[in-house]
Design a protein around this ligand. Structure first.
Ligand code: ADP
Ligand code: ZN
Ligand code: ZN
Length: 747
């Protein structure tokens, strides 16, 4: 038997398939989509490939075919449909077909090439067995001295429970570093992580469908019409916070199942919590597979197998669950569709909504997007008729929308109040405490970390490997880089001017907590920010504590904008809004609006009426005005006008070519090559901007340079760019990497 095999190689230009022989004894196992090991090129190392075609009758080739060595998978996850999808992805995002196929393999399926010495098919993972405080103390006290040990431990504090191979590859350390940490009692290597098995531990009572409200009824009936047609259709449910979108999803799924078809539900990673899953399980039992990055690789593989064997009808997961091998797909739901986690940040940088639309088109399925603050691009399509629009303007279950007020900080300044909490907010908190109701204080900050600076010369303590300031951990006097895990200890002198006057900067939430406790000495306060949520699950724990216990105020950053119903929260205070309104890219206002609006939506989720106070010095700002009026459309109308005037999506498409590598000179030169190529024979069909460094120029010693292109993309332009990238790949120096993003949300 002859097999056409796509080889996994990092050489950009190779998307070709090669012929191999399947020895007779292996023929029964041969199947399209299975990964194999073959010898390729001159090296002795075996290379991984995927069977894309099998031929029993073929012409004897002129040269002798090499046989495949072995199969790497016991079942195949990739069929003809998925191959087609991979080709589509490689076309749209200008990447290798193999890179696209990797998205469809079960999570944790590592390519053999990337970790030669390790058996990655076993799920060996590294976990921390000492508390973060203990580790920090040991580092501080020089009990842990070696730079590699510190690097490993600090990495694990931010990413606990990681595959050994990922650590070795990602940090560039040897396995002995891990063994040493194990010997010294800091980490343990486990075969299979102890984790909540969402379904097994869930002992939930079954619920029946609620009687839908009139608004819900209309939406359900409308979308069900499309579901019965078994044709592709994209719908947007624009429903205010608490309007009962989830109940609509549940009833839509019920209808799809009754039709003998299946559904995929995508939620933002951060909202994939026990509570979310519970709502689905209580309705549908364990006819559900869950794909969560916090499950072990083997658990996820098991879920993939259940899905592949057709044992479940509903798949719930974050972004990558869109690639789950679901047959007879009738419905895909993307909840909180405005969430930026639906854009992949690694190669290929795909848009989950685009992929979902493609998959639904192929399957004749309905794609439902839901949000209280849809992406500008999505809503624009909806009012242009490309997406069917459904509106839900009222909260379900008798809850009213909160009243929203802008608080002008200039008034406070006139009154001489210098605190971050305005007099009005102070009075409201006081009243809330009296009434035993809960308050959330939301600090709008983009960077919610603290940095160290020199008071004398203004020097900022940056990471030596990245162009970012390191985060300061006050309690342990440690500086840590969140991008590459570099650590510095006990900093006391400015390396630039020798001054000892060093101060921490920007620790907003901590300062806010101090001020609040000064104002109200006897209240209990919880704080949720990057510092208090280092450990996995700590976020959920803090939210649970807030929900269940006698806590008056929760202070937090963006993190608290997502999450559960908190019936006792009647006051939301939004502080530091002005910094969020400072624009630095074209999507900033969209993010600001959705952030502020979503946080406001945390108030008054039950029968108790909610109140939101937004502090600002810019009460005329159009974003805040729209939030105050609880009016998404007011914001949309202004924003779309702005996009039109200044030439941004959805009126034009952006392709961002990111070139990265360790040698800045090569990176710049390759960017120049690409820039020139794109400009060749360009008859004003698109506009290319000269190479530019992004905001963070260097991460983990890799430099980055971007080339941006704006165009009304069509197939002709696409093909011409495709050809140019092929030429680029043959001309450019090989030691850099090219990633293309279509309509990026950050520039
Ligand atoms: P959303 O997803 O739009 O924010 P949810 O689906 O979480 O809203 O619903 C908000 C609250 O309203 C939940 O507590 C939910 O149980 C309740 N709810 C939703 N639909 C109904 C209904 N038809 N009847 C009674 N309560 C409902
Ligand atoms: Zn200095
Ligand atoms: Zn760094």
């Amino acid at each position: 038997m002859l097999a056409k095999i796509l080889i996994n190689t990092s050489v950009n230009s190779l998307n070709k398939v090669y012929d191999y022989l399947i020895p007779e004894e292996l023929e029964p196992e041969a199947e399209i989509g299975k990964r194999v090991e073959v010898s390729f090129g001159r090296g002795k190392e075996l290379t991984e490939g995927i069977i894309v075609k099998l031929e029993t009758e073929y012409e004897e080739p002129k040269y002798k075919l090499k046989p495949i060595e072995s199969f790497l998978d016991d079942i195949s996850y990739i069929d003809e449909k998925r191959l087609k999808l991979a080709k589509y992805i490689s076309y749209v995002y200008f990447c290798n077909v193999y890179d696209a196929l990797k998205l469809m393999l079960p999570p944790g399926t590592k390519s053999k090439n990337s970790s030669k010495s390790l058996d990655t098919r076993k799920d060996k993972r590294v976990i921390l067995i000492k508390s973060h405080d203990d580790i920090m103390q040991d580092i501080e006290a020089n009990v842990v001295k070696s730079a590699k040990q510190i690097q490993l431990l600090s990495f694990l504090m931010y990413n606990d429970n990681v595959l050994i191979s990922d650590i070795i590859e990602g940090l560039g350390i040897s396995r002995s570093v891990i063994s040493t940490a194990q010997k010294n009692g800091y980490v343990d290597i486990v075969e299979c992580e102890k984790q909540v098995d969402f379904l097994k531990d869930l002992n939930v009572e079954r619920t029946k469908a609620l009687t839908p409200t009139d608004e819900q009824k209309k939406v359900i009936a409308g979308i069900c019409g499309y579901i019965y047609d078994e044709e592709y259709k994209q719908c947007l449910i624009h429903g205010v916070t608490g309007s009962g979108k989830t109940e609509v999803y549940l009833q839509l799924i019920e209808n799809v199942l009754n039709q003998g078809r299946r559904a995929i539900v995508l939620v933002p990673e951060i909202s994939l919590t026990y509570q979310t899953v519970e709502r689905f399980v209580s309705r549908f039992g364990n006819n559900i597979a869950i794909l969560h990055s916090k499950m072990t690789v083997s658990q996820r593989k098991d879920e993939y197998k259940r899905i592949k064997r057709g044992e479940v009808d509903i798949v719930i997961g974050a972004r990558s669950a869109i690639f789950a091998p679901v047959e007879d797909l009738g419905l895909v739901i993307i909840d909180e569709e405005h969430d930026t986690s639906y854009y992949s940040q690694t190669k290929p940088k795909y848009s989950t909504k685009d992929i979902a639309a493609y998959i639904c088109k192929e399957a004749g399925a309905v794609l439902v997007l839901g949000s209280a603050t849809p992406e500008i691009n999505t809503y624009n399509k909806a009012i242009n008729g490309q997406i069917e629009l459904f509106e839900m303007k009222n909260r379900a279950a008798d809850a009213k929308l909160p009243s929203i007020e802008l608080v002008n900080l200039r008034d406070d300044r006139i009154m001489g109040n210098t605190s971050s909490i305005s007099l009005k907010l102070k009075a409201a908190i006081e009243e809330n405490i009296k009434n035993h109701e809960q308050t959330m204080l939301f600090l709008n900050k983009r960077g919610y970390n603290s940095y160290l600076t020199c008071k004398q010369c203004g020097y900022v303590f940056n990471c030596p490997n990245c162009d970012v300031a390191m985060t300061y951990h006050k309690t342990n006097n440690l500086l840590l880089c969140h991008y590459c895990s570099h650590v510095e200890k006990n900093v006391s002198i400015c390396p630039k001017c020798g001054s000892e006057e060093i101060s921490s900067y920007n620790l907003g939430t901590e300062k806010l907590e101090e001020e609040l406790k000064e104002m109200f000495p006897n209240i209990s306060v919880l704080r949720m920010d990057a510092d208090t949520t280092v450990a996995r699950d700590s976020q959920a724990k803090i939210l649970d504590e807030f929900k269940n216990e006698d806590v008056d105020v929760l202070i937090g950053t963006q993190m608290i904008s997502k999450g559960h119903d908190m019936p006792n929260v009647t006051l939301v205070g939004i502080i530091g809004t002005d910094s969020l309104l400072a624009m630095n890219d074209f999507c900033a206002s969209e993010r600001a609006f959705s952030n502020i609006y979503q946080v406001s939506g945390r108030a008054g989720r039950s029968t108790k009426e909610g109140r939101v106070l937004i502090q600002t010095s810019d009460t005329d700002n159009y974003i805040l005005q729209a939030v105050e009026h609880n009016d998404y459309n007011e914001f949309f109308d202004k924003e779309i006008e702005y996009r039109k005037t200044f030439g941004y999506p959805p009126f034009i498409d952006i392709l961002l070519f990111e070139i990265s590598g360790q040698n800045l000179y090569d990176v710049k030169q390759n960017a120049q090559i690409l820039y020139s190529l794109l400009n060749e024979n360009n008859y004003n069909e698109y506009r290319v901007y000269s190479p530019k460094s992004p905001f963070i120029q260097r991460i983990n010693n890799r430099y980055r340079v971007n080339v941006m292109l704006k165009a009304k993309l069509n197939t002709k332009i696409y093909s011409s760019i495709y050809e140019k990238i092929k030429i680029y790949n043959s001309k450019a120096k090989n030691n850099t990497n090219l990633i293309v993003t279509k309509n990026p949300t950050f520039i």
